[in-house]
Design a binder for this molecule. Structure first.
Ligand code: GTP
Ligand code: MG
Length: 370
């Protein structure tokens, strides 16, 4: 069965070890601070302190590190909206992201100066907006399938010269399933063939009725090429964010989601994480999926080294034991041993799953050849 040391139990119960030892003595158990005690005894002690429910969480280490304490409403402050741009192939998602950032990602990458980190923040009228560059819907869907919801607002890009296309519909369905508000950006308005009314008409077939047609969907005509309408788009994003009262508590241990991750030759495992609540600090011990470690360095979307990252901030983090997956949840854990234990348990589980899958394939293959 599960055991816990007197010291650990005291920490979980927010008591001193001496207090726990005293309670144990009352039960006729002589224990030292490092002594392992079994679940039943621990439960008794917890009961003595009047915290039975908490202990159930304490013994399941994984549940313990993943537990999300409720925030005191007084601690909550507005946070920037996290926006994802979706839409059909070639309708201008990347161009729009680039235009909003005012720098060209491709040029930056070629020059080797700015690293593309898959998410960035802009400021509009003194307010921040975080953009997440999900490469296609696959990543969005994968993240949702893993229970990670990072998007507050979806920008649906529809080219005014092309209209609603299959992937536009997919994007609408994803956003609806995730219950994320949609703002339509009717792009390529600079083109002579642009026909925004046709786009609006087609959108109604998918239950998106724009405001000027009596509905509640905000549609903004834009051009990534001429930059027309971009200010208006940012304005609308901030409006929707305000209506949705997006808040977080910067004064707690960070929790976030991996946007992308890779093994860098020089730097080791690198993960781009979107901090969703709390503040992540250099030096924090973290568990991210099956990886763990101590945050060695953090780099923001402008390539600057930072020491902390608050809610809705995307950062690249270095110092992980392994490369996590997009959609993995990051949590800060005070106890390094606990962090390693949980990560290792997950690694083992993952290996078992892979083994099982491989075994299944070879069995299937066997039957195929009979
Ligand atoms: P995928 O990533 O392949 O799905 O495409 P995307 O949606 O990211 O489109 P991208 O930004 O790559 O743009 C596709 C093409 O449309 C490029 O040739 C852009 O230059 C062009 N384009 C994008 N926005 C505009 C616009 O506002 N006006 C005009 N005229 N062309 C645009
Ligand atoms: Mg693109």
């Amino acid at each position: 069965g599960e055991t816990i040391t007197v010291q650990e139990l005291a920490e979980k119960l927010k008591k001193t070890a001496a207090e726990v030892i005293k309670k144990l003595m009352n039960l006729g158990v002589l224990a030292t601070i490092n002594q392992e005690i079994d679940f039943d005894t621990a439960a008794l002690i917890a009961g003595e302190f009047g915290v039975e429910a908490e202990l159930k969480v304490a013994v399941d280490k994984e549940a313990l590190i993943m537990a999300e304490p409720e925030d005191d409403p007084a601690q909550l402050v507005p946070r920037p909206p996290v926006v994802t741009i979706m839409g059909h192939v070639d309708h201008g998602k990347t161009s729009l992201l680039d235009a909003i950032r005012q720098t060209n990602v491709t040029a930056g990458e070629a020059g080797g100066i700015t690293q593309h980190i898959g998410a960035y923040q802009v400021e509009h009228n003194g307010k921040k907006i975080t953009f997440v560059d999900t490469p296609g819907h696959a990543a969005f869907t994968a993240m949702r399938a893993r229970g990670a919801q990072i998007t507050d607002i979806a920008i649906l890009v529809v080219a005014a010269d092309d209209g609603v296309m299959p992937q536009t519909v997919e994007a609408i369905n994803h956003a609806k399933a995730a219950n994320v508000p949609i703002i339509v950006a009717i792009n390529k308005m600079d083109k002579p063939e642009a026909n925004p009314d046709k786009v609006k008409q087609e959108l109604t077939q998918h239950e998106l009725v724009v405001e000027d047609w009596g509905g509640d969907v905000i549609a903004v005509p834009v051009s990534a090429k001429t930059r027309m309408g971009l200010d208006n788009l940012l304005e609308m994003i901030l409006l929707v964010a305000e209506v949705n009262e997006l808040k977080a508590n910067p004064n707690r241990r960070a929790r976030g989601t991996v946007v992308e991750a890779e093994l860098d030759k020089g730097r080791g495992p690198v993960a781009t994480v979107l901090v969703q609540n709390g503040t992540l600090n250099v030096g924090d011990t973290i568990v991210v999926g099956h990886a763990y470690g101590r945050v060695r360095a953090m780099i923001d979307d402008k390539g600057r080294r930072v020491k902390k990252a608050g809610p809705s901030t995307p950062v690249e983090i270095l110092g992980l034991s392994d490369v996590p997956e997009a959609g993995d949840i990051l949590v800060v854990v005070e106890d390094e041993k606990l962090a390693r234990e949980v990560a290792e348990k997950r690694q083992m589980r993952k290996r078992e799953e892979i083994l099982k899958a491989t075994a299944k394939i070879s069995l299937d293959d066997l039957f195929k050849h009979i």
